[in-house]
Ligand binder design. Structure first.
Ligand SMILES: [Zn+2]
Length: 230
């Protein structure tokens, strides 16, 4: 991990722990939980996934997408977001919802609503944090690329490979939405059409690369078992 970001992680953890006990008890009783996540190769942003206790597993899945799937995506997909991530606030809150009343998959927030991060603090560089929300369960049922996704499904047939593929596909969707909202946060004037084009291209290419990889390792296992038979 980048030393800069690991310092920042500890600074934020320390900041959260150093708040008055009463505030922390109230927060825990209300079921509020925070989980930190960062992109492996970037000094910023540090993400704080804010969720209810009942959604802890969802938060873990989102953190996995940010911390692991991002690192597995081809470099050319990550490079497209170089400038956006470079200009990102040091700390970005992701409010994890199950659904949104409006039916959107996510939004950027103009001001931070999550109380502990609403005001600038030295733990996050003395500047304002950024904030977005994600409608986790909506993303699961979202038909991002209906035609090509069905075509890819056929390559994995049924069974555990298909399940693995669906899980990875879902996490790549989550990741593309985080990047989409980051894009809005950093470049608020960029039109939706081009923000969307960038995040959809990211998703499409990342998914294609995952599939290619998975199929390559799959045929390798098949070859090996055949040679063992011979
Ligand atoms: Zn948008």
């Amino acid at each position: 991990m980048d030393p800069e970001i690991s310092d920042q992680r500890s600074a934020v953890e320390q900041y959260l722990r150093a708040r008055p006990a009463l505030v922390r008890w109230r927060e825990r009783l209300a079921g509020r939980r925070y989980r930190l996540a960062n992109l492996k190769d970037r000094p910023q942003p540090l993400f704080v996934i804010a969720c209810q206790f009942r959604d802890s597993e969802r938060a873990t899945e989102l953190a996995w997408a940010i911390e692991h799937d991002w690192a597995e995506v081809p470099a050319r997909c990550r490079e497209v977001y170089d400038e956006i991530l470079f200009r990102a606030p040091q700390l970005v809150v992701i409010q994890l919802h199950r659904t949104n009343v409006c039916g959107c998959l996510g939004h950027r927030h103009v001001a931070v609503r999550e109380t502990p991060f609403a005001m600038p603090h030295e733990a996050f560089g003395g500047e304002h944090a950024g904030e977005m929300d994600i409608a986790f369960d909506r993303v699961r049922t979202w038909q991002a690329l209906p035609l090509s996704e069905t075509a890819l499904d056929a390559k994995f047939l049924a069974g555990s490979r298909l399940e693995e593929f669906h899980a990875a596909q879902f996490r790549l969707r989550l990741l593309s939405i985080v990047l989409h909202e980051m894009n809005h946060l950093v470049l608020p004037r960029e039109p939706e059409a081009s923000v969307r084009e960038r995040s959809m291209a990211f998703y499409r290419e990342a998914l294609a690369a995952y599939t290619e990889n998975a199929i390559a390792t799959l045929s390798l296992t098949i070859d090996r078992s055949f040679s063992r038979l011979g």
